[in-house]
Design a protein around this ligand. Structure first.
Ligand code: HEM
Length: 294
């Protein structure tokens, strides 16, 4: 058990947000990394050559986060997903995905706090991150996972959800490759929330869950560059495609501040109403009870 006083927390957060703002400004005036040179020299994945992918085996620890699981599947984090320090999370997320140092520190430190652990001294298994409560960030109506009410182990993607997500992309690049738009991501989140609300008797999403949901879904449009062909491998196998690199080329990476316009676009585009009636009539039909929506 590790306790940080609310004042120490507020000071630390203010420091991280100021640092983040500084990096956001420096990114604006510094040349971007060259294509094919985004992953730093010496870091696994340099030049698009990712360490061997090995699917998780029985007993390995995995969590609800495709980004972290992919790192374990490539051996960038321990392959068994166990005994990981918070500084290790910080540095591997930074090198693999080009999130800014402030972002990486914030999320790793947030996870430590959430789990009542010391950032500097304690270690966790990936599955520990799936704390499902008002204190945790694992929530219902995820893009790739069934709700914890139905599936206790959140370590594996639910392939029908992933397929539906991938099929929802409506954009195209100049070469005709399918791309996600923010509206696509909002639409899928809206449907997932309406369905979960109708089907899951324990459905719960507080404001922080909704914010986290819009933020982590926004990595589709930023770090992963919206590309369906890349996301297919990342979401189905939790594998980084050969030759892949983060689509963020700013030298100090994707900052908390620079992610916010995308998060807001996704969050404000979410509207469960078009899906609510169908979701509750499907739920009623499956349970054999009269449809409350009619
Ligand atoms: C220390 C770093 C991180 C922590 C603690 C973390 C934690 C989590 C957790 C708990 C969830 C589950 C939320 C839910 O219930 O849907 C999640 C989802 C997600 N994370 Fe992470 N994550 C981290 C880093 C990353 C990185 C580096 C990426 C991508 C580059 C990423 C991408 C995603 C995506 C796309 C989802 C949504 C999955 C879904 O909705 O099914 N995360 N993360």
């Amino acid at each position: 058990m590790f306790l940080v006083t609310p004042i120490a927390r507020a000071i630390l957060d203010a420091g991280v947000f100021s640092w983040d703002l500084g990096l956001t400004l420096i990114n604006l005036v510094t040349p971007r990394r060259k294509v094919d040179h985004v992953t730093p020299a010496g870091h696994p994945g340099e030049g698009g050559k990712w360490p061997e992918y090995i699917a998780p085996k029985e007993g390995d620890s995995r969590c609800s986060c495709p980004g972290l699981n992919a790192m374990a599947n490539h051996g960038i984090l321990p392959r068994d997903g166990k005994n990981i320090s918070f500084p290790e999370l910080y540095s591997t997320v930074r090198g693999t995905y080009n999130f800014s140092p402030s972002f990486c520190f914030y999320v790793a430190n947030f996870a430590a706090r959430m789990l009542n652990k010391s950032y500097g001294k304690d270690r966790i298994d990936l599955a520990d991150i799936d704390l499902h409560s008002d204190k945790g960030i694992e929530h219902d109506a995820s893009l790739t996972r069934e709700d914890i009410h139905f599936v206790k182990d959140q370590g594996k993607p639910h392939l029908p959800f992933v397929r539906e997500l991938l099929d929802a992309a409506s954009g195209k690049d100049t070469e005709g490759n399918m791309l996600f738009t923010a509206a696509d991501v909002s639409r899928v989140l809206s449907k997932r929330r309406a369905e979960s609300r109708a089907n899951n008797p324990e459905f719960h999403m507080n404001l922080s869950h909704r914010t986290f949901s819009s933020s982590n879904s926004s990595t589709i449009l930023t770090i992963f560059g919206s590309r369906v062909s890349d996301l297919e491998s990342i979401f189905i196998e939790e594998r980084l495609p050969e030759g892949w690199e983060s689509r963020i080329r700013e030298p100090f990476g994707l900052t908390i501040a620079s992610l916010q316009p995308t998060v807001l676009k996704v969050a404000f585009g979410i509207d469960e109403r078009p899906y609510a009636a169908e979701a509750s009539s499907t739920a009623a039909a499956e349970s054999g009870e009269p449809n409350p929506a009619t």
